[in-house]
Design a protein around this ligand. Structure first.
Ligand code: SF4
Length: 88
């Protein structure tokens, strides 16, 4: 386990980095770029936004914002390395 002690004296693990897409394949998720943090989900992140029309859609404000379902995120997704707890 790799990690470091943060400014508040808490041990914080480095995000687990996923494999890079091969060739011309593009990154499809924030988790591919920034890695994942175990035990955290997008639902509790400051950057998670909901947009409501006929249904409710969830987007990450740090990712590409469009009206396409391709940019939707799931609330139960494992959090990426840029996760920020709501209310901090
Ligand atoms: S955890 Fe990462 S992908 Fe999920 S909402 Fe926050 S910044 Fe976006």
């Amino acid at each position: 386990m790799d990690g470091q002690i943060n400014l508040f004296g808490e041990y914080q693990e480095y995000p687990k980095v996923q494999e890079k897409p091969k060739g011309r394949e593009k990154y499809k998720t924030m988790q591919q770029i920034h890695g994942t943090i175990d035990g955290k989900i997008c639902k509790h992140c400051q950057h998670c936004r909901s947009i409501e029309y006929a249904n409710k859609y969830y987007k990450c404000e740090l990712w590409i914002l469009s009206h396409s379902s391709a940019t939707d995120i799931r609330l139960k997704n494992t959090a990426c390395g840029l996760y920020k707890e709501k209310g901090r």
